[in-house]
Design a binder for this molecule. Sequence first.
Ligand code: SF4
Ligand code: SF3
Length: 523
Amino acid sequence: MFCFQCEQTAKCAGCTNEMGVCGKKADTAELQDKLTGALIGLAKTMEGVEGTVGDSAAAVVVEGLFATLTNVNFDNDAILALADRVEAERQKLASESGKDAPSYDMGKLWGADEDVRSLKSLILFGIRGVAAYAYHAAVLGYTDEAIHAFLYKALRAVGADDWGTDELLPIVLEVGEVNLACMALLDKANTETFGHPEPTEVSQTVEKGPFIVISGHDLHDLKLLLEQTEGTGVNVYTHGEMLPAHAYPAFKQYPHLKGNFGTAWQNQQKEFADLPAPVLFTTNCLMPPKESYADRVFTTDAVGYPGLQHVGPDKAFSPVIEKALELGGFDSDTTLSGINGGNAVMTGFARNAVMSVAETVVDAVKAGAIKHFFLVGGCDGSRPGRNYYTEFVKQTPKDTVVLTLACGKFRFNDLDLGTIGGLPRLMDIGQCNDAYSAIQIALALADAFGCGVNDLPLSMVLSWYEQKAVCILLTLLHLGITDIRLGPTLPAFISPNVLNLLVEKFDIAPITTPEEDLKAILG
Ligand code: SF4
Ligand code: SF3
């Protein structure tokens, strides 16, 4: 196998043995390549006849890309079934249009010249992230043909044998542009369906009695689960990237959505080991479950793992609810504190909430009360160097504000950083896709100060793990944002030449130490 799409890849170079660091087995990796190759074949078959492509083809492209994202699907049967659907769509289209293109051999990509491989990887991994966001928007009824058309174009670019830097680089940045549109679509879907997030304190105490833990990014699944658990005596707790759901008005009407359980994804094997409740995964990041709790883990949507119970498109969560009733939950109220010992966390500082206090923020900056903003956001992971982010946030001066998003925040979201002028110093904007909100906040601040985003007293200190972080990073580059610090390590798929290019054009830099980086940023 060969896979180097995530941050924990073996030796910071690539997973090549019988099993990847994430637990993905070689045969699964090969089937994922087969699926991706089939998607490229389908996209090539579509060239010139996109107008005749039906919704089912668009759906399978989105799902096929999403399923190959890190920590989503480990189930060979599910991946093969997706590849078969792709194949069927290609044959249907080919018979209609008289045009056909075979599956692409991914071995050609992994064996390509390192700069070509690097740029194509940025495109492929980036669109895997875009597809995940497009999937969540689509389940709420929001789709955009321009986004689908770009996914086809980007797949063709990955399969273009004679393309070099000149052809590929513009498409890399276009991934960022389209991802911005896709995050905007998801933001619209979420806020029009569930309302605008409001600052909300979330308890980390699990009340006694039966409960379900729901993880991942899909708010629609949460809604369906809350509806189906209503009146059953089963409480619901969020986990990981589901935490920001508590801030949406539509979810506040469910009194049995009680709080949050646990921290970021890489702690699940420890945190779920003795859990007297089932866990439902709606997206990444699923880790191979330990035997001790595998019978309590359920998957849905694009997520899958051999042997785990999967809830299909009918979304009948009854087996999950029955499991919760059977396990019964804790005998007494139980708190799993955050990693710094805090028992409650705040979320919901999305664009509407922050912009409603924009005047206070701008006045505080003008009066010198707020000297600097940091966006410390992105994915969490298990690399020891990731305590950089905890230390960085702890060391930010009292006259600075820390904005955060995605699951990396569990490293510090239980810290009490105090307030500035009535505003909390630490504000959680939401999930990784709420980077859209963060961008809107930054643009509004730039507007208020009559400057560009790069001229704001704002620094981005980002952590990455999987491919959603890749497309978000490309969005920031597309917007011309410079001086980003990235860690805990740089992507293995960025070749030295491509890195030079990013450094020259965007001043992107690896994190060093909290002390040095803070000194460099604050002068
Ligand atoms: Fe390795 Fe990451 Fe690929 Fe898993 S997703 S096989 S850890 S590079
Ligand atoms: Fe986390 Fe997996 Fe990336 Fe949406 S849940 S951020 S790592």
